[in-house]
Design a protein around this ligand. Structure first.
Ligand code: ATP
Ligand code: MG
Length: 238
């Protein structure tokens, strides 16, 4: 479980988030929505321990992120996978090398075992034929899927998707939404999805959190979100 309490984040005198409280439960999909620039990516980066808050705490599996030493922080980060807003594949490495990288860095598996793991994960995302291709030879949707295979290779407990379907055509976007649901059902995972994409939200129907004007203005089920009469939510849902 991730528990965020009284969290405020600023850059210089620009206040981004103000005293927010938020709980991310295990085996659940949490969808974070809000207009562009409201601090969704900033919130996710702070959960990864990449941005320090002005005040408040982020407790991941009972450990306060900002009280951990370097080793403990690394161990906690290993439980969390992040699919960045761009796919963030390394352009100089082929698909196999990209997906294998976390295993090479964090485990002492043999080459054969790594090849097995990588092949299995690429199969899961429907891409086992692209092992030796370079990222530049892949479409946007394929890059996302390779990034997804890499994100799950260390069997994370939490996976954070930052705009997983943005910039993809509706058919590919729908495939990615299906893939997120498939991973959720096959692995014991808590998924956190940041998105603007109402098609993706309608399909996945997770627990919805909406950030607006530095605060959380909605925290509840998809159905309640869909029926909320407030203007900022109606404008978003339409
Ligand atoms: N490292 C940084 N230094 C200074 N300001 C930053 C930094 N990162 C983000 N910001 C600012 O914080 C605000 C929130 O940014 P963030 O990227 O979280 O928005 P977002 O909600 O993810 O938007 P989008 O939907 O467009 O991705 C923006 O005003 C941005 O300029
Ligand atoms: Mg963002």
């Amino acid at each position: 479980m991730i528990e965020i309490k009284n969290l405020s984040i600023s850059f210089g005198d620009q206040e981004i988030l103000k005293k927010i409280d938020l709980t991310i439960r295990e085996n659940q999909i949490t969808i974070i929505v809000g207009q562009s620039g409201t601090g969704k990516s900033v919130l996710m980066k702070s959960i990864e321990g990449l941005i320090e808050p002005v005040e408040g705490s982020i407790v991941i599996d009972e450990k306060n992120l900002f009280e951990l030493n370097k080793h403990e922080l690394n161990e906690t980060r290993k439980k969390m996978a992040m699919l960045f807003q761009g796919s963030a594949l390394l352009d100089s490495m082929n698909v196999y090398q990209n997906v294998a990288l976390p295993l090479i860095e964090h485990t002492d598996l043999s080459e054969d075992a790594i090849l097995n793991e990588v092949t299995e994960k690429l199969e899961l995302v429907g891409l086992k034929e692209v092992l030796t291709k370079m990222p530049s030879e892949l479409s946007g949707g394929m890059k996302k899927r390779v990034a997804l295979a890499r994100a799950i290779i260390l069997k994370p407990k939490y996976i954070i998707y930052d705009e997983p379907t943005t910039g993809l055509d509706p058919i590919i976007a729908n495939e990615i939404s299906n893939l997120i649901l498939k991973l959720q059902s096959q692995y014991d995972i808590a998924s956190i999805i940041i998105t603007h994409d109402m098609d993706c939200i309608r399909k996945i129907k997770g627990h919805i959190i909406m950030i607006h004007d530095k605060k959380i203005v909605f925290d509840g089920t998809f159905d309640d979100f869909n029926n909320d009469e407030r203007k900022i939510i109606k404008e978003f849902v339409k």
